[in-house]
Design a protein around this ligand. Structure first.
Ligand SMILES: [Zn+2]
Length: 161
């Protein structure tokens, strides 16, 4: 820790980066956002790249979302009001995006840059028959990125132990 001395803890970071309104309104992320509109959670550096603010908000208030998706009942990707966040499967998340016409934005969000260690980890997960979509969520990339790794269209030179 100690990378961000101006924040007392994660919760303090959240409070400073979120535009808190009345309980029913959207509380938009005021920090940096990705191309898709999702807030970028930069409390400290993470080995798997930038985290998504709404997902970290869910973890902070309601617990670890594990392999499930954090969906927005309001359809506002920037929103970090815990009351507007719920856990869903890949299918529910997709339906939610279609309902709010944000399906394109959603798919463009999965463009995190992977490093070699992450790709090795992904290859191990593929070998262990973990579902591609679950791997994609874990690493904040699109399912097609994982598929390309599986089919050796990307990162073919890396071989897991
Ligand atoms: Zn909202």
């Amino acid at each position: 820790m100690g990378r961000n001395p101006k924040y007392v803890n994660e919760f303090d970071y959240y409070l400073q980066k979120t535009d808190i309104q009345s309980p029913t309104k959207c509380w938009e992320w005021s920090g940096s956002t990705k191309d898709c509109g999702h807030g970028m959670w930069g409390y400290k550096s993470y080995k798997n790249g930038t985290k998504i603010a709404s997902r970290e908000t869910y973890r902070l208030f309601k617990g670890d979302p594990t392999n499930l998706f954090v969906c927005h009942s309001c359809g506002n990707a920037k929103c970090c009001n815990p009351d507007h966040l719920y856990l869903g499967t890949a299918k529910q998340n997709q339906e939610d995006r279609v309902k709010h016409s944000t399906s394109n934005r959603g798919s463009r969000c999965g463009t995190a840059k992977l490093n070699e260690n992450e790709v090795l980890e992904i290859k191990k997960l593929i070998k262990n028959k973990i579902k591609l979509i679950d791997i994609a969520v874990k690493f904040n990339v699109s399912e097609s990125t994982i598929k390309a790794i599986k089919q050796n269209r990307n990162w073919a030179h890396l071989k897991p132990d």
